[in-house]
Write a protein that binds this ligand. Structure first.
Ligand code: FCB
Length: 451
């Protein structure tokens, strides 16, 4: 009788741990004016002077809308168990509500069938920042009706794709979408108004609750979560003003969505500012049972007090020598372990790391004459961060999966095509895909052959 010993993963992650890769619609799809897609706020924003690096837009991006079979083949080659992508709301509802665009729905049908045939679980995110422009013209997230519009959009997605998708997230990084979109100008629609920000944040929370209810009603067994960008926030220097700025930014960055959605309250330090927008029953509408906590993590933030900013803080400088600088995002793997522990303790949900990865200036990421893209710095980063996650698991955090950001180089919002986060290089002239060295490294990690 032979007893076959189960091979343990070199990182020590539990059996059944899910390895995945993430993308988002506006960043990769392109085809922004094709097959009836409506405009999104990012189409408009990226055409405004000075909003994106060199005026780059997502018009073509990775042309994933046409080249998705090649991308699904790359995912299959990578060997991941799950693919996280987002649906573009204006592609399926060009005006955000009302008339449905069948061709847009057909695209996601094809993609989903392809992902399933390749043996992966699709993880569908409803909102990765591309609000239909028509809804923005009605106030977008500042209009309380947006919760109903979002719920109707969710019904459409649930009815059409609920037979094939089990894992849903309502939002990707609501903090970035609202802070940078309504209090600052780094993201669409760049409104820059204090009251607009608070309204937008509260309405987005209402939309989350409404969408969770829709998904529960339409899809028995759905595994529902939301995705938060979680980073530690430090004062740039130890003054009372900067310490206060750090506490306020920590609330807006890390707590203003997860707290009401999971715990049913706004964080005390900013709660009174939300009061004017909260109607009877709202907190119960927002706080619906979810099944998992999605955490995107890159690195810590330093801040300083700034009265010219709508919320009283500005991005500060890291006072410490930076270990390995990359596009200005410092590398502190211990912070990843700590934040995983903080979230697990506070929210008591299984955690999936839904984004982590490294960006590098486009000029440094080139295909050499042998057709190879050598990115040892990304491999070094990923080794540190996956080890930091493994440490959190050893410390008792129930981390169930890790999704790399990102499968492909793509439209990196305000940085346009100037920063590359992919483990697959994309030549934005020819759209040729070339797996980087980090692709092979991740492939081995997924197989359990390296760490
Ligand atoms: C996250 C976003 C993602 C990508 C990465 C680098 O904040 O969710 O779309 O831009 O950063």
């Amino acid at each position: 009788m032979s007893v076959s010993a189960k091979k343990t993963h070199p990182l020590g992650v539990p059996e059944g741990f899910l390895w995945g890769a993430s993308t988002s619609a506006y960043q990769i799809e392109g085809a922004t004016a094709e097959d009836g897609r409506g405009e999104s706020i990012w189409d408009v924003h990226s055409r405004l002077p000075g909003r994106t690096n060199n005026g780059h837009t997502g018009d073509v991006a990775c042309d994933h809308y046409h080249r998705w079979p090649e991308d699904v083949a790359l995912l299959k080659q990578l060997g991941v168990g799950a693919y996280r992508f987002s649906v573009s709301w204006p592609r399926v509802l060009p005006r955000g509500r009302g008339a449905v665009n069948d061709k847009g729905l057909d695209f996601y049908d094809r993609l989903l069938d392809g992902v399933l045939e390749a043996g992966m679980e699709p993880w569908l995110c409803l909102y990765h920042w591309d609000l239909p422009q028509k809804l923005s013209e009605l106030g977008g997230w500042t209009n309380r009706d947006v919760a109903g519009w979002f719920a109707d959009y969710t019904v459409l997605v649930a009815r059409r794709f609920g037979d094939r998708v089990r894992h849903f997230s309502t939002f990707n990084e609501p903090n970035v979408a609202t802070l940078f979109g309504y209090a600052m100008t780094w993201c669409a629609p760049a409104v820059q108004d204090r009251a607009a920000y608070f309204r937008a944040a509260h309405h987005l929370n209402l939309a989350h609750g409404a969408a969770v209810d829709v998904l529960r009603n339409w899809i028995p067994g759905a595994q529902i979560g939301s995705i938060y960008n979680v980073q530690p926030v430090h004062p740039e220097s130890d003054t009372p003003e900067n310490r206060k700025a750090a506490l306020v930014l920590d609330a807006h960055w890390n707590l203003v969505y997860a707290d009401p959605q999971i715990l049913g309250t706004y964080p005390a330090i900013v709660a009174n500012e939300f009061e004017p927008y909260i109607q009877a029953g709202d907190m119960a509408r927002i706080c619906r049972k979810v099944d998992w906590f999605g955490m995107n993590h890159y690195g810590p933030i330093w801040t300083r007090a700034d009265d010219t900013n709508q919320l009283g803080f500005a991005w500060g400088d890291n006072p410490n020598p930076v270990p390995h600088p990359h596009i200005g995002w410092p590398i502190y793997p211990d912070a990843f372990t700590d934040e995983l522990k903080r979230c697990a303790k506070r929210y008591k949900l299984p955690v999936y790391v839904t984004e982590n990865g490294m960006g590098r200036g486009a000029a440094e990421e080139v295909v050499d004459d042998q057709g190879r893209v050598a990115d040892p710095y990304r491999i070094a980063y990923l080794k540190l961060y996956t080890a930091a996650m493994a440490q959190a698991i050893r410390d008792g955090v129930d981390v169930r999966g890790y999704f790399i950001w990102s499968l492909l180089d793509n439209f990196e919002w305000g940085s346009g095509y100037g920063n590359r986060f992919g483990i697959v290089h994309v030549d934005f002239d020819t759209l040729k895909r070339t797996p980087k060295d980090s692709f092979a490294w991740y492939q081995a990690l997924v197989k359990g052959e390296g760490a």
